[in-house]
Design a protein around this ligand. Structure first.
Ligand SMILES: Cc1cc2nc3c(=O)[nH]c(=O)nc-3n(C[C@H](O)[C@H](O)[C@H](O)COP(=O)(O)OP(=O)(O)OC[C@H]3O[C@@H](n4cnc5c(N)ncnc54)[C@H](O)[C@@H]3O)c2cc1C
Length: 305
């Protein structure tokens, strides 16, 4: 097949990045669900990233970007195309005064530890959100009151033609669990975040622990999930609507609506994407019947279902 030729060749040329074929996406999602991606690449160098994009163009296969897979549901039939994930090489943190320049693949928890170590406060509200900085920027992750977009000064971006640029915050739009970056064809390679305040490392660590404890109390963390399935409609809690519609504990195959937080679907062990989709449809239908509210997905669907 065309894809095999182009990517087998490029696999030999790339020195740092890893190219995998028919890679089960269940290994790369917090849901532990998802069929195989034709090609899965962990990119470890900016120049290699450029070569990967160019190879994808030559092969004609569509490109998809993944972070830690904590906000995606991948279909059981997998992904016909090339999934690219930014590897460790893009996880550097440079702190200058109250701004921090950071690579897209750093985990949110890794970033918070670096900031705490330097006594910089302002991002503690992100504690307990899994995933990478790149994924957090795309979905403007955060708490009900605060989101990462507010701290962005600029975003480093490489489009699928390999062109890199630094986009100032003024040219980006961040809204509730959404950003203008989501529609752009390319990969976020890093960002400059600002507005952080000096504090003692002890105080920052304490406030991280407090935010963590708060999330742990609300979120079910004992079973695989992808976080909140739906966005909160017009400031109303999607979880509360699902609960009032009587769906807490509802099951489909290996998937179940969490009893702790009704906006979470949990994988009880062997859930398929089809099981999750059947619960999603039931939740949307029941909430619409009860309250006339259309629930919109927060989780991103990827691949063939
Ligand atoms: C237990 C649990 C609790 C959660 N709690 C919260 C919470 O409190 N608040 C909240 O906002 N979210 C929460 N989430 C959701 C999730 O953690 C966030 O959305 C997270 O920011 C996603 O990051 P990721 O790296 O896993 O992205 P992924 O899930 O891998 O990707 C998400 C989207 O971003 C794109 N993407 C990822 N990286 C890049 C990149 N470098 N360049 C371009 N596109 C990219 C992907 O294509 C995809 O469209 C929770 C999830 C779980 C499992």
């Amino acid at each position: 097949m065309k894809k095999q030729f182009v990517f087998k060749d490029i696999g030999k040329i790339l020195k740092k990045s890893r190219v995998l074929f028919n890679e089960p996406m269940s290994k790369h999602t917090s849901f532990r669900i998802g069929g195989p991606a034709d090609v899965f690449i962990i990119a470890e160098d900016i120049n290699e990233l450029r070569r990967i994009f160019s190879a994808a163009k030559r092969s004609g296969l569509p490109l998809y970007i993944a972070g830690s897979g904590t906000n995606i549901l991948v279909g059981d039939k997998g992904i016909r195309g090339v999934v690219v994930k930014a590897g460790k090489a893009l996880d550097q943190v440079k702190i200058r005064g109250s701004t921090v320049e950071v690579g897209a693949s750093i985990s949110v928890s890794g970033l918070l530890s670096a900031l705490a170590g330097r006594g910089l406060s302002g991002l503690e509200f992100m504690a307990g959100i899994p995933g990478t900085l790149g994924g957090a920027l795309i979905g403007n992750a955060g708490s009900p009151r605060m989101a990462i977009g507010k701290t962005v000064r600029s975003v480093d971006f490489m489009d699928y033609s390999g062109r890199t640029r630094r986009i100032p915050a003024g040219r980006l739009v961040f809204s509730y669990r959404d950003s203008s970056l989501k529609k752009m064809k390319g990969i976020v390679t890093g960002a400059v975040l600002g507005g952080l305040k000096k504090a003692s490392p002890y105080a920052v660590k304490k406030s991280i622990s407090a935010a963590w404890a708060k999330r742990k109390k609300i979120h079910p963390m004992d079973k695989p999930s992808a976080g909140c399935i739906f966005k909160n409609p017009n400031g109303c809690s999607a979880g509360l609507l699902i609960d009032l519609a009587g769906l807490k504990g509802e099951k489909a195959g290996g998937a179940v609506v969490s009893k702790k937080h009704a906006n979470f679907i949990l994988n009880r062990g062997k859930a398929s994407a089809a099981d999750v989709m059947s619960l999603i449809e039931k939740m949307q239908k029941r909430v619409y019947e009860h309250f006339g509210v259309k629930l919109e997905l927060e989780v991103q669907l990827l691949g063939e279902f």
